[in-house]
Design a protein around this ligand. Structure first.
Ligand SMILES: [Zn+2]
Length: 292
């Protein structure tokens, strides 16, 4: 997944005391290299435990996040791409042929998309905020290429979208595409930065979006891949809510009741109209590949 030179670069910068790994905001400390390896290892371990039927599903509570980290670059707080390594591991070590990656972080998973853009063995579906400012990929017309044409699905929402329109798009586009793909394993890049209290992103979702999405995802995993599902932590910077929402999702995956009341978030009509136009566009583009 990553170039050997890049691993050496991260290792060297960390052992020389740390610093900036990219031109933006990805800072490393002397401990980062080891911690980032543990994050990848924890994710791979979660996948192994599920594949070996020790657990039906798992949540890899790891940091740093991974979905912006590419073969030879760090970006957006991401050092190594935990989910992309896990998917590569599933392809190579377990010889799976259809892996679905659902990315619900508020930002587009540019590097995960890039890693599997030309293969149909990995379906990438990203639901994220308008990517024009960051990471400048993840628009509706990015749909994969070559053998992977149609196996990348991007749903870019306008800022301040709220729960209703988000869940509508999730249910009307992401869910039917996964059903038609019939994955053998589902990986979820689980960023909580779409929550309305988050200081970094602008989707303004409430906990409802996450619990409802996960209820659907668990259902799809049971139906198509004997429950095989691994969720991996990505972003989420509202420390007050991060623990609660993670617990709510884990409870949902475990089928354990957990009470967490959150205010339902709705968008104003102008934003809703813009969102509907974008969703129609996504549906139009994807209808060449899927029944949506
Ligand atoms: Zn994010």
């Amino acid at each position: 997944m990553h170039e050997a030179d890049y691993l050496q670069l991260v290792k060297r910068l960390c052992s020389s005391g740390g610093g900036l790994l990219d031109l933006g905001d990805t800072v490393v400390s002397p401990e980062t290299y080891d911690v980032a390896l543990l994050a990848v290892g924890g994710t791979v371990k979660a996948v192994n435990l599920v594949m070996n039927e020790k657990f039906q599903n798992a949540f890899a509570l790891v940091r740093p996040p991974g979905h912006h980290a590419g073969a030879y670059y760090a970006m957006g707080f991401c050092i190594f791409n935990n989910v992309a390594v896990a998917a590569t591991h599933l392809l190579r070590s377990f010889n799976l042929q259809r892996i679905a990656i659902l990315d619900i972080d508020a930002h587009h998973g540019n590097a995960t998309q890039e890693s599997f853009y030309d293969t149909k063995k990995v379906l990438y579906i990203g639901l994220h905020q308008d990517p024009a400012e960051f990471p400048v990929t993840g628009f509706a017309d990015e749909v994969g290429e070559g053998e992977g044409l149609g196996y990348t699905v991007n749903i870019p929402f306008p800022y301040l979208i709220g729960d209703d329109t988000y869940l509508e798009a999730f249910n009307q586009i992401a869910v039917p595409v996964i059903k038609q793909y019939k994955p053998q394993f589902i990986l979820v890049s689980t960023g909580f930065d779409g929550h309305y209290t988050d200081p970094v992103a602008e989707l303004t979702l409430s906990a409802l979006s996450y619990t409802q999405a996960f209820s659907k995802i668990s259902e799809l995993a049971s139906r198509f891949c004997t429950g095989r599902l691994v969720a991996v932590l990505e972003g989420g910077y509202s420390l007050r809510l991060l623990g609660k929402m993670t617990t709510a999702v884990i409870a949902q995956m475990a089928g354990v009741p957990y009470q967490f009341r959150d205010k339902h978030a709705t968008a104003d009509q102008r934003i809703q109209r813009r969102a509907n136009k974008i969703i129609d566009e996504v549906r139009h583009i994807q209808s060449s590949f899927w029944k949506v």
